[in-house]
Design a protein around this ligand. Structure first.
Ligand code: NAD
Ligand code: LMR
Length: 327
């Protein structure tokens, strides 16, 4: 048996937490031969509720679950962890944009960035889910100077999965056959879902669809606004699909992306594709041996370039509005 991997989940008593923890413990994230030790963080008021979740985890008798702790102290939750899934933050309600949450949520990620810096393993993989995810990831990264920027990522995978499903339905092919979709930029309504490079069984999706109006007037806005539409319908923000995307993101980062495909991850910009350093930006990446690499040399149309710069501009605005939190 492999030694257990320590995983912190914040906001563990929340709705995403409830969809996430049981799947991690069942082996969906790191494989069915990898024991896990869960280190759960929530605010003091939610600890009694978290106790109930712990009882349910215990009652599942998961063979891979080596242990669970629950705490309201980030330094306890993050001690010796290899993976941090930072979910804990307020969700938006109807009519709000995700950046409206910066004021309420940004400060959480200064404290948690510092705690990661102090007590997590130096190779910790950090996924920020709490919104606005990209700028929160930037705040956490800036407050953890002892960790490398490559330790930090923000979740674009829900948008990526949304795009896959829309395309699969349009071309009448299984989701598993759709490859090379990209979500550029911010996890917000300015994100740019790009299917110019997407393929199914080696055929270019854009040629199969051959309908620029569908792409511009339906596909792009549907993916961009899906979070808000789910909130409108459910009365609360997406949870099971978000938890699923978080599992997909970490699984691929740790175990590798599939051959001849890539995923979208929010990662520190490095100048690639004309996006200067200084934001956490959604890029197409491949992962191997626990390391991600931006897919190089893609041809970018003028239309795409404009959309990629627009979402970059929003990230700069968000960053500039939280200068006081950047350590
Ligand atoms: P929720 O309100 O059900 O749960 C949030 C939990 O976080 C609560 O238990 C709360 O007590 C906890 N929390 C608050 N402050 C905390 C802190 N300082 N430390 C630890 N825990 C803290 O919300 P949810 O539906 O689970 O969503 C959580 C976040 O994820 C929201 O910000 C939401 O917008 C975001 N989200 C992001 C994506 C994405 O694709 N990036 C998708 C869905 C939701
Ligand atoms: C989503 O994309 O569903 C989440 O980010 C929640 C939200 O506020 O849209």
């Amino acid at each position: 048996m492999k030694p257990p991997i320590r995983i912190a989940v914040t906001g563990a008593a929340g709705q995403i937490g409830y969809s996430l923890l049981f799947r991690i413990a069942a082996g969906d994230m790191l494989g069915n031969d990898q024991p896990v030790f869960l280190q759960l963080l929530d605010i003091p008021r939610l600890l009694p509720s978290l106790k109930g979740v712990m009882m349910e985890l215990e009652d599942c008798a998961f063979p891979l679950l080596a242990g669970v702790i629950a705490t309201d102290d980030p330094n306890t939750a993050f001690r010796d962890i290899s993976i941090a899934m930072l979910v804990g933050a307020r969700p938006r309600g109807k009519g709000m944009e995700r950046k409206d949450l910066l004021e309420a949520n940004g400060a959480i990620f200064t404290t948690q960035g510092r705690a990661l810096d102090e007590v997590a393993r130096r190779d910790v993989k950090v996924l920020i889910v709490g919104n606005p995810a990209n700028t929160n990831a930037y705040i956490a990264m800036k407050n953890a100077p002892g960790l490398k920027p490559e330790n930090f990522s923000a979740m674009m995978r829900l948008d990526h999965n949304r795009a896959l499903s829309q395309i699969a339905a349009k071309v009448g092919q299984p989701v598993s056959s759709i490859r090379k979709v990209i979500i550029w930029g911010n996890h917000s309504a300015t994100q740019y879902p790009d299917l110019n490079h997407a393929e199914t069984d080696g055929n270019k999706i854009s040629l199969l669809i051959n309908d620029p109006a569908w792409i511009e007037d339906y596909f792009i806005p549907t993916v961009q606004k899906r979070g808000a539409v789910v909130i409108e319908a459910r009365g609360s923000s997406s949870a099971a699909s978000a938890a699923n995307a978080a599992i997909n993101h970490v699984r691929d980062w740790v175990l590798g992306t599939r051959e001849n495909d890539w995923i979208s991850m929010g990662i520190p910009s490095d100048g690639s594709y004309g996006i200067p350093e200084g934001v956490i930006y959604g890029y197409p990446v491949t992962c191997r041996d626990g390391v991600y690499r931006i897919v190089p040399d893609l041809e970018i149309s003028e239309f795409s370039q404009a959309k990629m710069q627009a979402t970059y501009g929003e990230l700069v605005e968000e960053r500039d509005s939280v200068k006081h939190l950047l350590g």
